[in-house]
Design a protein around this ligand. Structure first.
Ligand code: GLA
Length: 369
């Protein structure tokens, strides 16, 4: 009898070559609008994206033994996204995270936004970019494959001033990295803070808690919040707090500490202030590793902050494609961003965009084993 012993392989030896994007009809929204899905594959990474919300419906990666799993939370059906999604995989705009009381002043003019989170504006309001159908175009370029998503948000949409012309590019590189480039212009002074709300579970969606994932985030400070999860304005030192991920630590290590900051949020739901600050090119800021599968996600960004969210509001009522229910702590989000409530905090890096300027932001997700 013959036994074949397989040596451990580098991730990219599993890499299948680039596939041409496949577009298919995914479903219809309640109002009859058609939604399409694109399937991309490159460098061993498989990505499925919806025109609705620019949603990453799934991102599949092999483990050490070459077995693929979807490593982001999502749904099988468009209906579930339309009625029940807590932003699974979605593009967030015009403003990621909270603007206190749905109000801000710009150039002496007061703006009012609809409130959708305990009296505050969250993730662009009740009908944010996550709930809009985007124009999607596929491309291939060199060893890359990708999608360009475009949307023009009319002046005053969800209360935000200015016509905002947004372009988001999803690129899958020959190495299997997923890069997001955001661009936006306006015809009137406004505020912008775009992000992506993927819920990661590197063991596979539906595999249970991510509390054993190891996380490193290069942030020495964080923005403490009040009971409504709005920053108090302080940039606090993470030393000795549950927010210190400067050396790798299990995601769940400190979540049961009875500290007011954790109790406000039912866990971690905080903006970490990245030591590198805002940068012109993406720089490495975080590494998330799942010890059993070996899957490792490295994030680089141009942004000055990242919202670390430990899936606190998943309550066992939503069911993913694997057929299992999602419970508290079954995923972690790392939403690269400018700080929450910056429009009301002149001391925070500015989120103001003026006519003639171009908003640019980029985040790269690299995967290794
Ligand atoms: C962000 C917010 C959280 C929550 C999640 C989605 O992380 O900060 O409070 O809204 O999105 O539920």
């Amino acid at each position: 009898m013959l036994f074949f012993v397989r040596a451990p392989r580098a991730r990219n030896s599993h890499a299948s070559g680039r596939q041409e994007p496949v577009k298919e009809l995914f479903g219809e929204l309640a109002d009859g609008t058609k939604v399409h899905r694109w399937s991309l594959e490159n460098g061993g990474t498989r990505l499925k994206v919806l025109s609705y919300g620019g949603i990453v419906q799934s991102l599949e990666l092999p483990d050490r033994r070459g077995r693929y799993a979807g490593i982001s939370l999502g749904f099988d059906t468009l209906g579930a996204y339309e009625t029940s999604s807590p932003y699974f995989g979605a593009l967030i705009g015009r403003y990621g995270n909270r603007i206190a009381k749905g109000r801000f002043a710009l150039d002496g003019e007061e703006h009012r936004l609809p409130v959708n989170d305990g009296g505050h504006n969250l993730h662009g309001g009740p009908e944010g970019f996550d709930r809009r159908v985007w124009d999607v175009e596929e491309f291939t370029s060199g060893s890359d494959v990708g999608l360009v998503l475009r949307r023009t948000s009319p002046d005053g949409e969800m209360g935000y001033p200015g016509t905002l012309t947004a372009k988001v590019t999803y690129t899958l590189t020959g190495q299997g990295d997923w890069r997001i480039d955001y661009e936006a212009t306006t015809d009137r002074a406004t505020v912008v803070n775009l992000t992506s709300h993927v819920y990661w579970n590197l063991a596979g969606e539906g595999a249970g808690s991510v509390h054993d994932h190891e996380l490193m985030v290069a942030a020495s400070r964080y923005t403490p919040v009040d009971a409504g999860l709005v920053p108090t304005g302080e940039l606090a030192d993470v030393t000795g707090t549950p927010f210190d991920f400067r050396t790798p630590k299990a995601v769940g290590a400190d979540l049961r500490r009875a500290e007011p900051q954790l109790l406000h949020a039912k866990g971690i739901d905080h903006n970490l202030v990245l030591d590198k600050g805002p940068t012109g090119e993406p720089e490495h800021i975080a590494t998330l590793r799942e010890p059993v599968s070996g899957r490792t996600l490295r994030i680089a960004t141009t942004e000055p902050g990242v919202q670390l969210y430990t899936g606190n509001f998943l309550d066992g009522t939503l069911v993913g494609p694997s057929g299992g229910a999602y419970r508290q702590g079954d995923a972690v989000c790392l939403e690269t961003q400018h700080f929450p409530d910056s429009p009301n905090r002149p001391e925070f890096p500015s989120t103001v965009l003026r006519p003639g300027e171009t908003y640019r932001s980029a985040t790269v997700h690299s995967f290794t084993l």
